[in-house]
Design a protein around this ligand. Structure first.
Ligand SMILES: Cc1cc2nc3c(=O)[nH]c(=O)nc-3n(C[C@H](O)[C@H](O)[C@H](O)COP(=O)(O)OP(=O)(O)OC[C@H]3O[C@@H](n4cnc5c(N)ncnc54)[C@H](O)[C@@H]3O)c2cc1C
Length: 554
């Protein structure tokens, strides 16, 4: 993948997607795979917005059954299964245990009824899924079983536990990025660090959008990108792009947050309920405990995703109520995930809207632009399929079947992860850190050979960058050479999981900057600037934080 801005201005695309989060990327892939000419611009890096900050879980939509939203639950089951089919290396089954107490609506009886319905709704959850990824049905277990198997659950008043299974994404940012690779493979022209500033309107009159004016965030250039239809997939920025058109979606947003901690985690996700009634989860990810998801109770300014230290402190207090043995403190927090998600508003209270919002602005008399605000990472592909159907019809194109649910993503042709790891170990393990091969298979799937090819070039590219991370130098080189990662932050935070849990440490950062800098031939000054940009990303993210945090590189 190369960042070629000239390729964006050479002609008129069928579709220009603005925003390279999971929604924009899945739309770009689907539209390109169905034969449309596609461009995509992303202001920061691919997957650096809300899509970087999700709780890493791919849900089967059990919660939708509480409100008997069977359609939504079915879609979630289908999409969860799809991820296991098209990118099995990216996910693994994760048991969740939620404590049950005496309650009519949340007690054992209610959960048994919920699981009975779920067994029907999710009957096909394992169809076509590798054996290692088959998910058992949910069940209710006794108090003694719950205490024995899940000692972290709150015991006071405990009557048992609801145990169910979902997937956790092992390398979520590589998974998101694989849609960019796939879209490029189908001829889409993608560029990160390019901001769409305003829609271009047809000078011949009418209210028709014919592209966007954009600017290169790494240089000083501006560019006009022409397209027959623009898809506004800018997440929290959805209304900002529409401002020059004097319209808006009116979609309200609330703030959501997870805490990544330095605490070790076992093999199960645990649920807990705080005294405010919030359902919170401990999700094990990269052997650490991630807690979430907290959502603000009021609508927020979508342009201000900063999380105040008092919000973090309040969430810590709630977590300590929900998991009494936890004793979490601010000093345990290594990264704050946060982002904006669509909200439904009741009076002055806001709640998560589980439904994506899609607006074809033709309804307001503005042709050529469609906006989408995604609600769930899990269901982005399905939403992209519906939007691409709309795009084909808007463009007067004959219907073309969608294939994104059945075509493996790049690297996703691995069917047996255990076997792939064993084969790779036999062939390449010598001299590599012990945890590197499993990491490479999870991150790159069958494309791990690209990393091995580079690793063969120099012994120092076969060694770790940080003592507590399996990432090796060759991955940084691959990102720089082939994965459109022009900044150190792109490489350290998203193309590799070197800094995914928090600041990787000064020595590791300097080492990464030296490797990437040598590849890009950066001057010493440029190398210092790149390190400073990574530092800005982490500044304020941990216990010693100032009063607000940001997870977006400045
Ligand atoms: C804390 C948290 C926890 C969550 N947990 C889960 C979970 O466990 N499971 C789940 O399924 N979902 C979860 N979600 C929801 C999920 O993360 C989102 O629904 C999804 O990531 C939204 O993707 P998106 O592409 O719409 O937005 P984003 O990922 O925000 O992408 C929008 C992109 O547009 C870019 N952009 C903005 N303006 C411009 C412009 N003018 N020009 C160019 N680019 C622009 C931004 O930089 C950004 O990268 C969670 C969300 C949060 C915040």
């Amino acid at each position: 993948m190369t960042r070629d801005l000239d390729a964006l201005t050479g002609g008129t695309f069928d579709v220009l997607v603005v925003g390279g989060g999971i929604y924009g990327l899945t739309i770009a892939l689907d539209a390109a795979q169905r034969g449309l000419s596609v461009a995509l611009v992303e202001r920061d890096d691919f997957g650096s917005g809300a899509s970087f900050n999700h709780l890493r879980t791919i849900h089967g939509g059990l919660r939708y059954l509480q409100s008997l939203d069977v359609g939504r639950a079915r879609e979630s089951v289908r999409e969860r299964r799809t991820v296991a089919r098209i990118a099995p290396q990216s996910v693994r089954p994760l048991p969740f245990a939620v404590p049950l107490y005496r309650s009519l609506l949340r007690g054992k009886l209610a959960m048994r009824a919920g699981f009975a319905l779920d067994r029907v709704v999710s009957a096909s959850r394992n169809r076509g899924v590798p054996t290692s990824h088959r998910l058992p049905a949910g069940r209710v277990v006794s108090r003694s079983h719950a205490i024995q198997r899940f000692p972290g659950l709150r015991r006071q008043g405990l009557t048992g536990a609801a145990v169910f299974y979902d997937y956790v994404t092992t390398e979520p940012d590589r998974f998101t990025f694989s849609f960019a690779v796939a879209a490029t493979g189908h001829g889409a022209v993608l560029a990160n660090h390019v901001e769409a500033v305003a829609p271009l309107v047809d000078p011949a009159g009418g209210r028709r959008v014919i592209g966007v004016s954009a600017r290169d965030m790494l240089g000083t250039g501006t560019l006009d990108i022409a397209a027959r239809v623009v898809v506004n997939a800018t997440g929290a920025g959805v209304d900002r792009l529409l401002k020059p058109l004097n319209t808006s979606t009116g979609i309200k947003m609330l703030k959501a947050m997870n805490l990544v901690t330095r605490r070790d985690a076992g093999d199960e996700a645990l649920g807990g309920r705080s005294s405010t009634g919030r359902n919170l989860f401990l999700v094990p990810w990269r052997e650490r405990a991630v807690f979430g998801t907290w959502e603000s109770e009021r609508v927020c300014d979508p342009e201000d995703a900063a999380v105040e230290e008092r919000d973090v402190a309040a969430l810590i207090a709630e977590l300590n109520q929900a998991f009494p043995a936890l004793d979490l403190t601010l000093s345990d927090i290594t990264l704050v995930h946060r982002g904006m998600v669509p909200a439904v508003v009741h009076g002055d209270r806001a709640a998560l809207d589980g439904h994506e919002q899609v607006r074809d602005h033709a309804r307001e008399g503005i042709e050529g632009i469609v906006s989408v605000a995604g609600a769930k990472f899990t269901t982005a592909r399905a939403v992209a399929e519906r939007i691409t159907d709309t795009l084909l019809s808007k463009l007067g194109h004959a219907p073309v079947p969608c294939r994104t649910a059945t075509t493996p993503l790049p690297g996703g042709s691995v069917r047996d992860i255990g076997l792939a790891i064993a084969d790779a170990r036999r062939e390449y393990d010598e001299g590599l850190p012990t945890d590197t091969i499993p990491h490479l298979i999870a991150a790159y799937g069958s494309r791990y050979l690209d990393v091995m090819g580079i690793a063969a070039g120099r012994p120092e590219w076969r060694t770790r960058i940080a003592s507590d991370s399996p990432v090796i130098g060759a991955e940084l080189i691959l990102a720089a050479r082939k994965e459109m990662a022009p900044t150190l932050a792109d490489i350290v935070i998203r193309r590799t999981p070197l800094g995914a849990l928090g600041h990787p440490g000064d020595a590791a950062l300097a080492r990464a900057a030296a490797i990437v800098g040598a590849e890009y031939k950066w001057s010493d000054e440029r190398r210092r600037e790149e390190i400073a940009a990574v530092e800005r990303f982490y500044r304020g993210m941990s216990a010693s934080a100032r009063s607000s945090t940001s997870s977006t590189p400045a």
